[in-house]
Design a protein. Structure first.
Length: 201
C-alpha cells in the first residue's frame, strides 16, 4: 500500500500492521509529532516537524553517538549549520547526517518548514556537543540525561550547564560562527558567549 495524498499537500501514512490506525497530518499544526511512537516503531525514530519562519529544530548544534539521521523536506527550505558550512535543502530533497556529525537545522525562509525526520537506530544515544573540555585537549562532550551534566569523552571531566547569565533563560544552544567555529546563543534574549555558561562547582 502506497502513501496517499489528500490533494492539499497533506499526506497519510498507511499502516500494514493489523489493529493500528492510519496517521493523518491534514489538521495537525503541532511543531513536533512523534510518528514513530504513534506507529509503534521499534528500530527507527520518525518525527514530523512544522517549523515557523525564524525558528529551528530542537537542541541546536549537536550530534548523536549512535544514530544516523535523514531529513526529508516536504515543504519550505531547511538550512542546516554544520562544522563544514551551511547546507540548504529544498522541498522534495533530503539530507543525511552520520553518527557523530554535528548539525543544527533552521527555517530561514518566509513560509512554514515541514520536515519528516528519520533516525536509526531508534536509541540515539547521548547527544554530543562540540564543547572544549576544561581539563584536556578534547573538543567533544556528551550530555548525560540523568544528571544533566556535560561529560568529556576523553578524560571524564564533568560540568553542569547553567542558565543564561544575562536573562536567566535555559534556552541556551550552540551555533556555528564564521569562519566555521562555534559559539553559544541564548534564544530568549539573543546574548552570545564563546563557551557555554557553567554552574560553579
Amino acid at each position: 500500500m502506497g502513501t496517499k495524498s489528500h490533494g492539499d499537500g497533506c499526506f497519510v501514512f498507511p499502516v500494514v500492521q493489523p489493529g493500528m490506525e492510519i496517521i493523518s497530518f491534514s489538521n495537525d499544526d503541532t511543531t513536533k509529532r512523534d510518528v514513530g511512537e504513534s506507529l509503534g516503531t521499534e528500530h527507527i525514530a520518525i518525527n514530523h516537524y512544522q517549523i515557523p519562519p525564524g525558528e529551528g529544530f530542537p537542541s541546536g548544534l549537536h550530534a548523536h553517538e549512535q544514530q544516523e539521521e535523514v531529513f526529508f523536506v516536504r515543504s519550505g527550505t531547511a538550512t542546516f549549520e554544520t562544522l563544514s558550512g551551511l547546507e540548504t535543502v529544498a522541498a522534495g530533497e533530503a539530507i543525511r547526517f552520520e553518527p557523530g556529525e554535528f548539525q543544527s537545522g533552521m527555517n530561514r525562509g518566509s513560509s512554514t518548514l515541514v520536515v519528516l525526520a528519520l533516525g536509526a537506530p531508534k536509541d540515539a544515544g547521548r547527544p554530543l556537543f562540540p564543547v572544549d573540555c576544561q581539563e584536556c585537549d578534547a573538543n567533544v562532550v556528551r550530555l548525560t540525561a540523568a544528571s544533566g551534566q556535560f561529560e568529556c569523552l576523553e578524560c571524564g571531566w564533568e560540568a553542569t550547564p547553567a542558565d543564561c547569565p544575562t536573562c536567566g533563560s535555559d534556552e541556551i544552544e550552540l551555533t556555528v560562527t564564521e569562519p566555521p567555529g562555534t559559539a553559544v546563543i541564548c534564544r530568549a534574549c539573543g546574548a552570545t558567549f564563546e563557551t557555554p555558561p557553567l554552574e560553579s562547582s
